[in-house]
Each structure stands twice: as structure tokens, then as C-alpha cells.
Design a protein around this ligand. Structure first.
Ligand SMILES: [Zn+2]
Length: 230
């Protein structure tokens, strides 16, 4: 591979900077990238010990963001390492590539983040239609699961509670990463990322469609309430 082509790949695929690309080809209408991991060591996720002893190799297929409108997948050869820490419960572990892979993930981190933004903006059904047009097709239920898998940071104080037809999505969308945790506590729905996972059923069960009135009964005068949260 010439220097020019190698430089182009670094620019176009920065998330593949820590692996070696063996080939880029086409399968049907899809782009397929074959790559291998070559780092000499990996750290155990159980205890943090660095290991250089390779147990085995296997292939992972990762869906990636589309390249020029073409569905793209990465066939990545990864390794399983031994953990030599006698106090660690893990005997072996799979290596993860920074900014590219995550445990049990079937897509790249780049695509994961992109799909989460689609899900937050559009929800399940509309999000599904958009992902088909963006050549990264994902089902609506999968998009909703991606929302629930997101980390929710601690929030010290509630200032605005937004509730509407799909409050779980809208709250995050309107107040990025800020309000949801407090909503979760005040409304007392348990873990929003499991089970029903929505504010809407409880709010509407309590008060029909009077979302603002229901929210006020929950939070009292401790915070402003915006019906529609726009
Ligand atoms: Zn370990």
C-alpha cells in the first residue's frame, strides 16, 4: 500500500488507527474491511493486569457507519489472552480496541454513538426509517435499547422537568444528559433502563394526558414544569 493510500485510510478511518487493514473490498452493495489486531499486549478487564500470552484468535464482524452511502462492515480478527493474575476470576479475556470495539458489541463505537443520537432525536420507528436511508439499518426496538444502555450522569439539582408523549426521549433530547436522573428519582419509576423504561405510562396512568399537572403533583413547587418540553 502506497504512502498516499495509507494516509488516506488514516484520514477516512481514524477509528481503525490501532489495527492493520488487510483489505477493503465489496460484497454485493456492502463495503467490507478486513483487519487484524497487532498490539503485543492487552489488559484484563477483570483486574487490569497486562498480558502478552495469546490464548486464541477469532473473528468479529462489526457494523460501521456507511462509507459514501454504502453499508459498511469490518471483519476484525481479535485475540483472547490469558490472565496470569492468580487472584483474578478471569482465566482468559478478549481484547478490546480503544475507540473501536466494546464488549459483546456487534458494531463499532462510532456507529453506536451515531445510532444513539438518531434514537434520541427520532425514537424507534422514525429512527428505523432514517437508518435504512443512511445505509446503517437498525430496527426500532434496537434503537430504544441503545437509549436505555446509555450512561446517565449524576445531576445535583432539578431545574426543569420536561414531560411529553415520549418523555424519556424528550427529556434527554431537550436537556442533554442533565435532567433524566433527577426525573428518575422524583417520579420513582425504578430503573428507567430496564423493564418498561418510559415515563409516559406512569404519567398517563396517573392523570390522563395532563402531563404538566401530573408532573407538578410529583415534584410540587421544587421545579419548573414545561408541558411539551420544547
Ligand atoms: Zn485478570
Amino acid at each position: 500500500m502506497g504512502d498516499h493510500a495509507a494516509g488516506l485510510l488514516k484520514v477516512l478511518f481514524p477509528h481503525l488507527s490501532q489495527v492493520v487493514i488487510n483489505s477493503i473490498g465489496r460484497m454485493g452493495k456492502s463495503v467490507r474491511i478486513a483487519a487484524i489486531c497487532t498490539a503485543s499486549t492487552a489488559w484484563c478487564p477483570g483486574c487490569g493486569t497486562v498480558s502478552a500470552r495469546v490464548h486464541s484468535r477469532y473473528g468479529r464482524r462489526l457494523a460501521d457507519t456507511a462509507v459514501s452511502g454504502q453499508e459498511t462492515a469490518i471483519d476484525l480478527e481479535v485475540r483472547r489472552f490469558f490472565c496470569d493474575n492468580a487472584d483474578c476470576a478471569k482465566r482468559t479475556f478478549a481484547e478490546q480496541i480503544e475507540n473501536l470495539t466494546f464488549r459483546y458489541g456487534r458494531r463499532t463505537m462510532t456507529q453506536q454513538r451515531a445510532l444513539q443520537q438518531v434514537a434520541l432525536a427520532l425514537g424507534g420507528q422514525a429512527g428505523e426509517r432514517l437508518t435504512e436511508r443512511l445505509a446503517t439499518p437498525v430496527s426500532g426496538p434496537t434503537l430504544l435499547r441503545l437509549i436505555r444502555s446509555m450512561d446517565i450522569p449524576e445531576v445535583p439539582e432539578l431545574t426543569v422537568l420536561g414531560v411529553d408523549e415520549f418523555a424519556f426521549r424528550r427529556v434527554i433530547y431537550s436537556r442533554p444528559q442533565g435532567v433524566l436522573h433527577v426525573v428518575h428519582e422524583l417520579v420513582g419509576l425504578g430503573d428507567l433502563r430496564g423493564g418498561s423504561g418510559y415515563l409516559r405510562p406512569s404519567i398517563t396512568q396517573n392523570s390522563g394526558r395532563d402531563h404538566a399537572g401530573s408532573a407538578r403533583r410529583v415534584v410540587g413547587d421544587t421545579a419548573g414544569v414545561v408541558d411539551g418540553a420544547r
